[in-house]
Design a protein around this ligand. Structure first.
Ligand code: HAM
Length: 437
């Protein structure tokens, strides 16, 4: 029985108590993205396996160890998306979006799947808010994309976050760097893990983000890419820094950032939070100018980032940021008797149609139990309806917080007006409070 009452390791549910916070993160992120010109897209949760092996890279941890891959009933190899960039690029090419006026900028909120060892901040099903910008080669686009990530964090009042920035160059400068890395790691061959020994020949840069403690310690002393950047890459990187500085976005240079995915070129960055412990990277991204061609498309510069939403929520909770209250009930209609129950059902539906959250009894409780339930729901107001209220067409609206009782006309339109005005008053009071604060 335990199998059907326990979620799979590394997955988690979003309970009603947290859903308002999730909606808040997703809406805020997509709204800020919209203001930066990024339009929402949605892609399938699974794709052909080859899409990820080709784009994310065969020697990455994600492809070698973490993908959920299976054959479907038609014998095709399918993979649950481990990240959003590859699927978004497939979408762009399939629908010819790159033929529209460039840059084309997209944003998404998606679930991702990686078979990693679960721990705080590391799940097997997790969610990302991500953006991708296609067709802009200028360092201004790098700065704009980073500014967007920064603006999302600011809009959510996230503090204690550092932006770390690096450039991992282009294939030209990387050829020299690979030689230097190879020479360095050859000398440490006996200590490297089996996977990294294989990477030594195929893709030595991947050793730099191996999660084994021994390999990471060796990698910390390895030559850094910034010493090998070609003139163009160095100039591009200098411009990105200049633009970020002009936009008052603070950053630290970190030559050790290489990112765990193969498609990156030039600028790479991570926003790291001091509230996250071991899994400190809240947001990661960079430029990937070669991916479109690699996937059979035209030459198309591109860049983007993704932010882990579970990690973001952990940060918001750790810093006790103001999060929206779980959905609340504005008015609860408590009924006495069958005729009143029907009346309350009708009134509640009419108010709901006007966007006011209303509830009435659906389980046949007595009046006292209904009031208790209304209290548990956090209802702001209650109206008790019995035969005499139906007959007189009048009732009492009770403010559950202050106990204040106001006579109301028991009519859809009148009630709607009363409650709508009260909602407005509450809204303006909240805004005034915010402004004062
Ligand atoms: P990534 O660094 O692999 O990049 O993931 C981005 C973010 O997703 C991480 O910073 C982290 O917050 C979250 N994340 C990753 N793995 C897990 C996990 N196992 N559990 C919980 N959260 C996790 C990408 O995915 C790239 N596609 C980003 C990108 C978009 N680059 C360019 N465009």
């Amino acid at each position: 029985m335990a199998l059907i009452t326990k979620a799979i390791r590394g997955t988690q549910d979003v309970l009603p108590s947290d859903s308002a916070a999730w909606q808040h993160m997703e809406r805020t992120a997509l709204q800020v993205a919209h203001d930066y010109g990024f339009r929402e897209v949605r892609t399938p949760v699974f794709e052909h396996t080859e899409l990820f092996t080709r784009s994310v890279g065969e020697t990455t941890d994600v492809v070698q160890k973490e993908m959920y891959t299976f054959d479907d009933k038609g014998g095709r190899s399918i993979t649950l998306r481990p990240e959003g960039t590859a699927g978004a690029m497939r979408m762009l090419l399939e629908h010819g979006l790159h033929n529209e006026a460039l840059p084309v900028k997209v944003a998404y909120v998606t679930s991702c799947y990686r078979y990693e060892k679960p721990q705080a901040g590391r799940l097997r099903e997790f969610h990302q808010f991500g953006v991708e910008s296609y067709g802009a080669a200028s360092p201004l686009a790098d700065a704009e994309t980073i500014a967007l990530a920064d603006a999302v964090l600011k809009a959510l009042s996230v503090t204690g976050v550092t932006l770390r920035l690096n450039s991992i160059g282009c294939p030209t400068c990387r050829a020299e760097y690979h030689k230097a890395l190879k020479a360095y790691f050859e000398g440490k061959k006996d200590e490297l893990c089996g996977t990294c020994l294989d990477r030594l020949d195929r893709n030595p840069m991947r050793i730099l983000d191996c999660k084994s403690p021994v390999c990471s310690a060796i990698a910390a002393e390895a030559p850094v890419i910034t010493d090998y950047l070609c003139d163009d890459c160095a100039a591009h990187f200098a411009k990105v820094q200049e633009y970020l500085t002009a936009a008052d976005i603070a950053f630290e240079l970190d030559p050790h950032i290489v990112r765990g995915l193969d498609y990156y070129t030039r600028t790479v960055f991570e926003f790291v939070s001091d509230a996250l412990g071991a899994q400190a990277v809240l947001c990661g991204g960079g430029r990937y100018d070669g991916l479109c061609e690699e996937m059979g498309g035209p030459k198309l510069p591109a860049l983007g980032f993704a932010m882990g939403l579970e990690r973001l929520l952990m940060v918001l909770k750790a810093q006790e940021a103001a999060l929206p209250e779980p959905t609340r009930c504005t008015v609860y209609f408590a009924s006495l008797g069958e005729a009143a129950a029907t009346h309350c059902f009708k009134l509640a539906n009419a108010l709901r149609a006007g966007g006011i959250a209303a509830e009435c009894d659906t389980v046949g409780r007595g009046l006292k139990a209904q009031m208790k339930y209304a209290d548990k729901l956090g209802a702001l107001y209650t109206v008790v309806v019995g035969d005499s209220e139906i007959e007189s067409g009048e009732a009492t609206l009770k403010d559950m917080k202050t106990g204040e009782a106001t006579p109301v006309v028991l009519d859809e339109g009148a009630l709607y007006n009363d409650l709508y005005n009260k909602e407005l008053d509450r809204h303006f009071a909240a805004v005034a409070n915010l402004l004062e604060g």
